[in-house]
Design a protein around this ligand. Structure first.
Ligand SMILES: C[S@@+](CC[C@H](N)C(=O)[O-])C[C@H]1O[C@@H](n2cnc3c(N)ncnc32)[C@H](O)[C@@H]1O
Length: 288
């Protein structure tokens, strides 16, 4: 999940950024700010962020990628590829791989991961993922793992439309987005646990909020702020709403399930409960 393991999860807005928001157009400053912050997190990314690819995570992305027919003749784009954890897998399965990210620090780490000359089939592209005009109608599959997190939802809508236009008819977008409802679920379990231990409701609430780092989240708008990073967290209905709005058809939702391990607060006592999750989706492009 895009939330961070161990300690704070991810983003904070400076008062400057709040004032700079431009109504009716997307703020370039804002985009630039976020790519800088992501670059800054590149070096320690793998230690700090929860890993949806870990072997003990149940992730529907693997089976969905495995089900892509004739992948050896197909082009896939990893949009917001980050440090490139998915790239080796995509390189093995697909004919051509486009690895796109707006943060130069992330692209550098992804290149390092693949090694020099390791993958002539990979084209690295450093730019924001709503700028896909040159790829119109060229992609068979687009993957966006925890990268549809722009704090300005207008940019998310614009990005989803751009991805749809870059996909061929019959193409598909596979995504994982951080789940804001999973954070509320975790808070509920922590609160219950504190009450069961005999704490008064106010004290139990205070403890649960502290453990789940509630101060970083805005639950109504699905936002997360930490150390300059700002991320959108999603409700399942919002996934369906935004994909339909961008013109995708046949949207299916699933859960990426995380084990209760030390990266989630209070995990030792939560093991008997259903696991925490992020939202996985598959969205198809119909005939044009
Ligand atoms: C949470 S990381 C996930 C990285 C990778 N997909 C993974 O699974 O590890 C989000 C990535 O999306 C990139 N990103 C966020 N917004 C973006 C945008 N508008 N355009 C391009 N990349 C973006 C960030 O730079 C970062 O590398």
């Amino acid at each position: 999940m895009a939330r961070i393991s161990r300690g704070p999860r991810s983003c904070r807005v400076t008062s400057n950024q709040v004032g700079r928001s431009v109504v009716g157009s997307l703020s370039e400053n804002d985009l630039h700010n976020q790519d800088r912050h992501w670059s800054r997190h590149a070096a320690r990314y793998d230690e700090v962020f929860l890993d949806p690819y870990a072997p003990d995570v149940e992730n529907p992305l693997w089976a969905t990628l495995a089900a892509v027919a004739d992948a050896r003749q197909k082009t896939v784009a990893d949009l917001g590829c980050g440090t490139g954890p998915l790239l080796p897998h995509l390189v093995q399965r697909f004919d051509r791989v486009i690895a796109l990210d707006f943060a130069p620090g992330m692209i550098a780490r992804a290149k390092e991961r693949l090694g020099p000359g390791a993958a002539p089939s990979v084209r690295f592209v450093q730019r924001p993922m709503h700028q896909l005009e040159d790829l119109a109608g060229q992609l068979d599959v687009a993957v966006a793992v925890n990268s549809l997190v722009m704090p300005d939802v207008r940019l998310i809508d614009r990005t989803l439309r751009a991805i749809r236009a870059a996909l061929k008819p019959g193409g598909q977008l596979l995504g994982i987005v951080p789940a804001i409802d999973a954070i509320a679920y975790h808070v509920m379990l922590l609160m219950d646990r504190a009450l069961d231990r005999g704490l008064e409701p106010r004290e139990a609430e205070r403890l649960a909020a502290l453990q789940a780092e509630r101060r970083y989240y805005d639950f109504v708008f699905g936002r997360f702020r930490f150390q300059g990073l700002r991320q959108k967290f999603w409700q399942p209905f919002e996934v369906e709403h935004r994909l339909a709005k961008a013109g995708f058809t046949a949207v299916t939702l699933g859960k990426v399930l995380y084990p209760w391990d030390e990266s989630l607060a209070g995990s030792g006592e939560l093991e008997g409960f259903p696991r925490s999750w992020d939202w996985f989706f598959q969205a198809l492009v119909g005939p044009r």
